[in-house]
Write a protein that binds this ligand. Sequence first.
Ligand SMILES: Cc1cc2nc3c(=O)[nH]c(=O)nc-3n(C[C@H](O)[C@H](O)[C@H](O)COP(=O)(O)OP(=O)(O)OC[C@H]3O[C@@H](n4cnc5c(N)ncnc54)[C@H](O)[C@@H]3O)c2cc1C
Length: 406
Amino acid sequence: MVGLSTAWFLQQRGVRVTVLERSGVAAGASWGNAGWITPAMAIPLAEPAVLRYGVKALLDPSAPLHVPVRVDPGLWSFLLRFAARCTGRTWRKTMAALVPLNVQALDAYDELETDPGLSVRLSGGPIIAAFREGDHADGLLAEFEHIHEAGLELDFSEVPVGQIRDLAPVVSSEVSRAIRIDGQRFMNPAEYVAGLADAVRARGGEIREGADVRGLRHGPGGIAVDLVGAAPVLADAVVLATGAWLPTLARQYGVRTSLRAGRGYSFSVAQPEDERTVRHPIYFPHERIVCTPLGDTGRIRLGGTMEFQPTDAPLAVPRIESIVANAEPLIEGLDLSDRQDQWVGARPVTVDGLPLVGPTNAPGVWVHGGHGMWGMCQGPATARLLAEQMTTGTTPAALRPLAPTR
Ligand SMILES: Cc1cc2nc3c(=O)[nH]c(=O)nc-3n(C[C@H](O)[C@H](O)[C@H](O)COP(=O)(O)OP(=O)(O)OC[C@H]3O[C@@H](n4cnc5c(N)ncnc54)[C@H](O)[C@@H]3O)c2cc1C
């Protein structure tokens, strides 16, 4: 999402682009995520409650947060620095840097969607946050208050108990309280990202799949991008947008902010066969599970989990099973045993909770990534800002805190 958005917004400013992708379009985290374009909810991960919750989760193998108990000094150093940031003060500071991105998020999508070559559209409609225990909603409401204080508009309201199942027809009778969040959007991510790739191609961009970048070389004719098993590609400027794999190529260019894979899992199940079709995303904040209807595919995606394992570690079936076990009491009318598309994806999580967007210390080498939980939502907005910076030489105010060499 982030690389293709960069390509599209550079094209918007008249730049000729080639996208090099070692696998296929939407091969990384941009495939099986929840597809929520919910700027009102795109907040820093590090906050006091996460710290309290994280300590508990360490002792519970089925918890949605999973940290392997193994000797990985790099990971423990990352987690300790992350934990030190779980304070209200740091949350407010990080949030202040995210607000300008969130404010622009939907507008950047609106601009993308003016492209006649883009065949996909975001869906609108409320997100329904559902709770088993009524007082579990208090945490979310307190969070909304902080978001509001930080300067983001938030349109939410209590759903009368009798109407919960009209909006979220598959929640079980265990759900006793729900809050709707309006003004947000969602997508089927794989479909949207493929559509964006087609739009980039339709405007004359080249997308080379199977192009595995192994390094860059500065020379008299520009920057040579070396590929595994293929001739180098020559460019005037290069944007590294390799998601959770970013450190491999970017560290040598002064990008030192620690970035780890915060892996999430998802799978899809069929929509109910009766009239209970799910039309809006459903969120179970207490269990940290999300459900998103996948357009007209007839399927619903369920996802969750934050697992700190190596980026390319294989999918761990117990993590899927823990999502199922946590979701089962809250859902009815969906067959959670008949799962397809079981998937793990690596969120690019920076230790300070801010994306990395801007120049590196090497001429012509730029970085765009590190959006963590919110790359689908914020990617186009930061792409637009980066394209402005690259083509005008002026740093937009919103990008200052995101400098990759900070
Ligand atoms: C379960 C889950 C749910 C999520 N839900 C949401 C959500 O609802 N809303 C939201 O905004 N975000 C969500 N996210 C986060 C979001 O998915 C990520 O922030 C976003 O996809 C990151 O996009 P990206 O383009 O930076 O990385 P990726 O999508 O991972 O893309 C990086 C690409 O770089 C390629 N690559 C890597 N190295 C090389 C190389 N050397 N040469 C060539 N190519 C290379 C990879 O193949 C990959 O395709 C979720 C994530 C997960 C895991």
